[in-house]
Write a protein that binds this ligand. Sequence first.
Ligand code: SF4
Ligand code: MG
Length: 330
Amino acid sequence: MKPLLEVKDLKMHFPVKSDKLFTKEKPVLKAVDGVSFTVRKGETLGLVGESGCGKSTTGRAILKLLEPTAGSILFNGEDITNFKGEKLRKLRRQMQLIFQDPYASLNPRKTIANIITEPMKIFGIPKAERRKKLQQLMDVVGLNASHKQRYPHEFSGGQRQRIGIARSLALEPELVICDEPVSALDVSIQAQVINLMEDLQKEFDLTYVFIAHDLSVVHHISDRVAVMYLGELVEIGEANELYQNPKHPYTQALLSAVPEAGAEQKKERIILKGDLPSPQNPPTGCKFHTRCPFAAEICRMERPVLKPVSEGGQMAACHFAKEVAVAEMV
Ligand code: SF4
Ligand code: MG
């Protein structure tokens, strides 16, 4: 089956101010540096990594809120990288964003009826239809439709995220980019919102890219998971396989800190050396070499590419992915 979304060698480089006065080089921040992956229709791809690794920037590039420096993005088989004007406007209906912070993303001066129906208004959907759809959307996300004239501050955090979700579904999108949709919520509320998102996915045949740093949440909701480090994709695979048998040392370290994930094997927590390097001045070769317990000479010199590491389609970008996996098992 044709993937719904294909991201090919995506680069997002941003100019930054130089601290050197006399230099001809223009320094750039390589927020995303050659990332490729696909998302199948109806699945959830989890995108994980520490803050600043390029997850949100990747999400915004897919939505065409940011212009890529290089690479391409295909949606339903069509190259959308250079979409502008009316084509871009039409595309916007098919892709939506759920924000991290429901407090910040809802206009405090608008009633939730206005907030939820606004995207439909922008696309010229007639009033009667908007009204009908509002009722339906409030129902499916579990909001009391008689509260539609209230303002965002009158709702709890979880309810506000439901408002945000209703709004994102107003135009019946195919793809929803969820950027840390539950990280601002209490743990008990997180589960409710995640369950709601799963129900909505089935009901409306949605495809999710689910960006988060909480690995347990990502495991729960994702079919496949992609791990990013300093603007690069270091591992991708089917969620259960990747969580049970991570092949990249960075993924192993991340997962070793999650109590639930390695419970069976009683994995020891892997403490990484040093701090996360600055994305403005990343290490050469494998960007993880400054913190990797398995780093060797080649790691400082050559950037490893994503290679298949299992029969189930798991891929890792590490010169020693296979050896590392064996070392972990003994
Ligand atoms: Fe570690 Fe080398 Fe693999 Fe990078 S390529 S993850 S430094 S072993
Ligand atoms: Mg982010």
